[in-house]
Design a protein around this ligand. Structure first.
Ligand SMILES: NC(=O)c1ccc[n+]([C@@H]2O[C@H](COP(=O)([O-])OP(=O)(O)OC[C@H]3O[C@@H](n4cnc5c(N)ncnc54)[C@H](OP(=O)(O)O)[C@@H]3O)[C@@H](O)[C@H]2O)c1
Length: 297
């Protein structure tokens, strides 16, 4: 029989955090922290807290003594991080420093960190299809902070780093919208949607991020895992969504994306290692859209 684990999820109210919690809550004791938005989830201890207070975070860890810490807290908006480095660092890096120190004192505790494919993008010799051992060259502050966290986490023996690329799905009202919402909200009411053909991503369904996290935990894996669906341009992704929901594809305007020094055009992922190591298959887009359709219609 599997041993029930005590799992602390920081950022349980976030888009990925809530989905991960839902997958873990039945077989584990889950404690989750939120800040502004108290999520609706059963069988879970919810704690309201600001993780940027080192003292509060440290006493939470010392009081709860979790077997596993999953950190989903972040400012995940790249523009926002670029505009406010100080706040980005405070939320995206400092909690990891506290958690890593705790894990050094408690080496049995596993730290699962949600990083990002934004640790790539600035390499002149390779563009896209990054595999887990490729050198990291972030070009934005968000990616730099993720890499800084990864570098301190990798000193721990008992760690997991998950690098998702553009997570999509159906967020709650209080959560941020995803690429799926922007496309669906425009095309479903007959508005045009401008889609970039030169933005190459490996969009991953939020449920796959959650299922992969569960798989990694259950199989007691450690190390770095890429999390991405099939690589495609945002334009191709949009057309697939439009066709699936029988929207008028003429409403999709194909366009080159604006040049921004801190935006990489291609941070797509090679997830072969994840699939082989975990025996995990990322859902084809059509299957993810079926799951979404079942909820909205
Ligand atoms: N979304 C993507 O496409 C994507 C892609 C790659 C990697 N990632 C990474 O995956 C992880 C999850 O992303 P996400 O999109 O699910 O995030 P999200 O929806 O933006 O959620 C962020 C979480 O952080 C919490 N939070 C923010 N500031 C806080 C503070 N000062 N104290 C305590 N909690 C605070 C929020 O709590 P409240 O809502 O309660 O305030 C929320 O639970 C992040 O590490 C992100 O960088 C995301």
């Amino acid at each position: 029989m599997k041993k029930m684990k005590k799992i602390l999820i920081l950022g349980i109210s976030g888009f990925a955090g809530l989905e991960i919690a839902k997958k873990l809550v039945l077989e584990n004791k889950v404690i989750g922290t939120y800040y502004h938005n108290k999520p609706e989830i059963k069988n879970c201890e919810l704690i309201q807290m600001d993780v940027t207070s080192n003292k509060i975070l440290n006493s939470l860890l010392e009081n709860k003594k979790p077997d596993l810490i999953i950190n989903c807290v972040a400012i995940s908006n790249i523009d926002e991080c670029e505009m406010n480095h100080e706040l980005c660092r405070k939320i995206n890096v400092l909690p990891t420093e506290v958690i890593v120190e705790y894990c050094k004192r408690n080496p049995k505790t596993k730290y699962v960190f949600l990083s990002s494919s934004q640790v790539f993008g600035g390499d002149k010799t390779k563009v896209g299809a990054y595999s887990k051992d490729d050198p990291c060259h972030p070009i934005n502050y968000y990616g730099k902070c993720k890499l800084e966290c990864e570098n301190i986490i990798r000193k721990l023996k008992n760690h997991v780093i998950i690098r998702p690329c553009l997570i999509f799905g159906l967020p709650k009202k209080y959560q941020h919208k995803t690429i799926f919402n922007y496309i669906y909200d425009a095309l479903s009411v007959g508005d045009i949607f401008t889609a970039h053909f030169d933005q190459i991503k490996s969009p991953v369904f939020v449920q796959d991020v959650a299922l992969l996290t569960k798989n990694i935990i259950e199989k007691e894996k450690t190390g770095i895992f890429h999390a991405g669906g099939k690589t495609r341009s945002i334009y191709d992704f949009t057309i697939e969504v439009a066709k699936f929901f029988s929207f008028n594809t003429n409403l999709v305007i194909i366009k080159k994306s604006e040049e921004k020094s801190y935006r990489s055009k291609n941070n797509s992922l090679d997830c072969t290692f994840t699939e082989q190591e975990c025996g995990f298959i990322f859902k084809p887009l059509e299957e993810s859209l079926y799951n979404i359709k079942r909820v909205i219609i």
